[in-house]
Design a protein around this ligand. Structure first.
Ligand code: UDX
Length: 459
């Protein structure tokens, strides 16, 4: 078993550290944030991830897992140090490597024995060569250090499962010594391990994420065309999925992808390509389709309604996907400001993301509109004129079509996640718009009345 230090306790670092300890390794998680470290010592996870806290508590109790702000103590005699700090996006779309550089410098100044430094953060191809040189330049003691690439593929909301049951681990090394250490660390997981060189490992991460982003944008593009020619994207996706070469996953059309990875990694790879004199046109298209897709339903609603001003708008789901409180690049962050700008009176529901959202858009008046956070869906729908669904939470999925009709003043629903059956919504008397499928319009609609006044909806 190995003595491991992990730098950074975000999604990547913490899940890696905790699962390594679960495999029996001796792990110290390092973070500069004292409050966070104190919290973790009490067995509380700073992030919302199923199964994580149980493993944190178990392995802390077994003395295989500890937390500290003292990087020097954690790094000095580690066999391997994993870097899992953030690589945020710069204004030009490239990856900001400041945090990696800080940790690399600390490692160089701390280590007192030969050590493998493993970069888990997503970094542009070639970065690990530079990190290795950087550490060697700043080394204080006479020790051997090598850098390996070990990209992370976990998805938020299923991070522990994705690691313990990983499809594969990617190990990118430049020597047998480095490869053997990483093999030794990952063998206890009993999952497939792919050994490649460092640059290929770095590229596998981007190529995988960008391929998935492309898959989603492709389906969204086809979905938009389906609407125009009378096809149904869900039927189309099902028909496609039986082809093993295509596969059945990541074929769901909707209002685009969000999260911490796809938006950032698509931009980073196109930016890397450009730096190398190449235009990565496929990925560029995926980005541009996604940008448009996020406001697709808002634009449609805008055509259908005379104004949002003074209307009660129910917003169901704020996070970029279910199972997380993360709002990064969520469709809600683009649509809510547009609705507020028009004077909408928003009633927003999200089972876990509302408090994060309220940090950016505090409850109360906001611009011409207002936002209220409600703790149940019925409160959001009650007397509403329009409903937008941005996240397919189970809590939303269980609301039956009749409830929209019963609760809303005008049952007009824009579903960005294709939760409902079009026919069922129609049968319930709901005007239902989704992505890549036929819309149901109010029958013989002369418009929907608001406060007894006539046409709210354009002909
Ligand atoms: C993703 C990758 O799945 C993971 O391997 C990588 O390490 C990090 O990025 P994550 O961002 O957590 O993980 O979530 P994911 O479940 O992949 O969803 C990303 C976005 O794509 C969400 O907004 C989701 O709603 C959207 N999506 C996903 C679709 O619109 N359609 C789909 O078919 C699948």
């Amino acid at each position: 078993m190995y003595k491991i230090a992990v730098a950074g306790t975000g999604y990547v670092g913490l899940v890696a550290g905790v699962t390594f300890s679960e495999m029996g390794h001796q792990v110290t998680c390092v973070d500069i944030n004292e409050e966070k470290v104190a919290l973790m010592k009490t067995g509380v996870s700073p992030i919302y991830e199923e199964g994580l806290e149980e493993l944190m508590q178990k392995n802390y109790f077994l003395d295989r897992l500890s937390y500290t702000t003292d990087y020097n103590a954690a790094y000095k005699d580690a066999d391997a140090i994993f870097i899992g700090v953030g690589t945020p996006e710069r204004a030009d779309g490239s990856a900001d490597l400041t945090h990696i550089a800080t940790v690399a410098r600390q490692i160089a100044e701390s280590i007192k024995k030969d050590c493998l430094v493993v970069v888990k953060s997503t970094v542009p191809v070639g970065t690990n060569d530079k990190v290795e040189q950087f550490i060697q330049d700043f080394l204080v003691n006479d020790v051997q250090v090598e850098v390996a690439s070990n990209p992370e593929f976990l998805a938020q909301g299923s991070a522990v499962h994705d690691t313990l049951q990983a499809d594969r681990f990617i190990i990118g090394t430049e020597s047998d010594w480095a490869r053997d250490i990483l093999m030794g660390i990952y063998e206890p997981f009993g999952r497939p391990i792919v050994c490649v060189n460092r640059r290929s490992a770095e590229m596998i991460k981007y190529a995988s994420n960008d391929f998935l982003a492309l898959k989603i944008s492709y389906m969204n593009d086809i979905a938009n065309l389906c609407e125009l020619v009378g096809a149904d994207i869900q039927d189309v996706a099902e028909g496609m999925s039986f082809d093993d070469r295509i596969g059945g996953k990541f074929l769901n059309a909707g209002i685009g992808y969000g999260g911490s990875c796809f938006p950032k990694d698509t931009k980073a790879l196109t930016s890397l390509a450009r730096e190398n004199g190449y235009e990565l046109r496929t990925v560029q298209s995926a980005i541009s389709v996604n940008d448009d897709q996020k406001t697709k339903l808002y634009k449609e609603a805008n055509k259908r309604l005379i104004t949002f001003n003074g209307l009660k708008v129910a917003v169901l789901g704020l996070t970029f996907k279910p199972g997380t409180d993360d709002l990064r690049e969520a469709a809600s962050l683009v649509n809510v400001p547009l609705l507020l700008e028009q004077g909408a009176d928003i009633f927003a529901y999200d089972p876990v993301g509302a408090s994060n959202f309220a940090k950016r858009y505090p409850e109360g008046r906001s611009g011409k509109g207002a936002i209220t956070y409600v703790s149940n869906i019925e409160q959001a729908l009650d007397d509403a004129n329009v409903c937008f669904i941005f996240t397919e939470w189970n809590e939303v999925k269980v609301v039956v079509p009749d409830r929209y009709k019963e609760l809303m003043r005008t049952p007009l629903v824009y579903d960005g996640r294709n939760i409902y059956d079009v026919k069922e919504m129609e049968a319930a008397g709901v005007e239902y718009h989704s992505v890549g499928r036929r819309s149901s319009k109010f029958q013989g609609s002369k418009g929907v009345k608001k406060n007894g006044n006539s046409v709210l909806i354009k002909e």
